[in-house]
Design a protein around this ligand. Structure first.
Ligand code: LLP
Length: 418
């Protein structure tokens, strides 16, 4: 059980008030020290148990190039996992070399595959038909395929990406012939990837998932008579979203994963394939406060606190019923027992940031902090109801700067000539 690492920023609210005056609200505020701490924890846990590993930051969780380059400057060995030409563009803009990137798409168009191929990044394919499309463009020296191990796990059913209902990956029963035919077509080196769910806090899941991947890897290796050079266990590394959840102990997780590697490949680590991971949430999730302002308070059949941030600004609660810690600035306020819903200004009844929570009394103009907004926050924001998207700032020590300016209404219509 732990308090949020950014709680001090909310309690000592002078700076947050200053940012709101300078940049307006809603505002995504990222803290550099927390990004560094997250990267350091992941990297040192991997370093303790693996000789050869590669971290590919999952750009889909947050693609701001300023954040990517901040991460890459701190940990130059960090690559990027990209799922679209736009994410490749962001990684490239941030100065991450394309050789340290992997493209994992799904149902990729020829154009998508062409961008990935031309960029020089590694390609991880979601299906045999993807390989048929890629072949017409070119046959890379190295390729990996995404496995659907038949099961998956996730904090919400919507973010489970393995198992019978998942649209991702190649069923374990069908994957071997795909490697055989890719080898015939001239691919020289192979990897195997699997990402079967997200936001998981259960250590044992990662052990089981690795076992399933290595079982399939062994069957592939026997059949193609060649060792796989890389194994990507995807991601899914969760973060606490409430005070009563504990953070994952990454040292334990990678220690246990290394034991699975030892069982399969023996004690000599130089015989192990390179372990790859694609973390997004665990790097950027808890580094960000979404700052919003109370715009209206209503006592209806329910009590509502309306903010200038809604489902268009931050979609996770409306989409998954995700719960985030939400604080009134300065905290130490008496909690009102009456349950409230926190909503935005969108004309849609699913527009909620919280449902039936106890909250301190607020007045119009009060500032509100929504925690853990760094992953899949700005990245999934949109312009519904023709609301321009937020600004983003990065705080690094005593310095802070705008890393994306607020969109304007004119920006929204810049492609509509009339
Ligand atoms: N690798 C692949 C192939 C993925 O599909 C994903 C996430 C990741 C890595 C990064 O996973 P993470 O480290 O963030 O668990 N919008 C949802 C999450 C969807 C995740 C999709 N794939 C949310 O807000 O929770």
């Amino acid at each position: 059980m732990a308090k949020h690492p950014l709680l001090k920023e909310v309690q000592d609210n002078i700076l947050l008030e200053k940012y709101s005056k300078e940049f307006g609200t809603p505002l995504y505020i990222y803290y550099g020290y927390q990004i560094k701490e997250n990267l350091q924890k992941i990297n040192s846990a991997l370093q303790s148990y693996f000789d050869q590993y590669q971290i590919y930051y999952a750009v889909k969780s947050n693609s701001n190039p300023n954040l990517l380059s901040f991460m890459h400057n701190y940990l130059p060995s960090m690559g990027a996992d990209c799922s679209s030409p736009g994410e490749l563009f962001a990684a490239n803009k941030a100065g991450i070399p394309m050789e340290s990137c992997v493209y994992t798409g799904n149902y990729e168009s020829k154009k998508d595959l062409q961008s990935a191929y031309d960029s020089g990044c590694e390609i991880n394919l979601d299906d045999s038909t993807s390989f048929q499309r890629l072949k017409k463009i070119g046959v890379p020296n190295y390729i990996s395929f995404r496995l659907n191990p038949g099961i998956g796990k996730g904090r919400f059913s919507q973010i489970i990406t393995g198992g019978k209902e998942a649209k991702f990956g190649i069923p374990k029963e069908k994957i071997i012939p795909i490697y055989e035919s890719a080898k015939k077509d001239g691919v020289k080196l192979f990897g195997l990837q699997c990402h079967s769910g997200s936001a998981i806090l259960d250590e044992d899941y990662f052990v089981k998932n690795t076992q399933l991947i290595l079982n399939t890897a062994r069957r592939i290796e026997n059949k193609i008579e060649q060792n796989l050079s890389k194994i990507s266990i995807g991601s899914g590394f969760g973060i606490p979203y409430s005070d009563d959840e504990d953070a994952l102990d990454l040292n334990n997780v990678f220690c246990k994963i290394s034991q699975v590697f030892e069982d399969f490949y023996g004690r000599d680590k130089s015989d192990w394939p390179i372990l790859c991971i694609e973390p997004g949430r665990s790097i950027i999730g808890n580094t960000c406060i979404l700052l919003a302002k109370v715009t209206g308070i209503k006592e209806s059949y329910k009590n509502f606190i309306g903010l200038d941030a809604g489902m268009e600004t931050f979609m996770r609660p409306a989409l998954y019923s995700a719960e985030h810690r939400i604080y009134k600035l300065g905290t130490k306020h008496k909690i009102v027992d009456l349950p409230v819903d926190i909503t935005g200004r969108i004309c849609e009844n699913t527009d909620r940031l919280a449902v039936n929570i106890s909250f301190p009394r607020v007045v119009e103009g009060d500032l509100i902090a929504i925690m853990d907004a760094g992953a899949y926050g700005y990245a999934m924001s949109n312009q519904y109801n023709t609301r321009p998207r937020s600004a983003e700032i990065l705080v690094n020590g005593d310095e802070y700067h705008l890393i994306r300016s607020r969109e304007t209404i004119e920006d929204i219509f810049q492609n509509c000539s009339i």
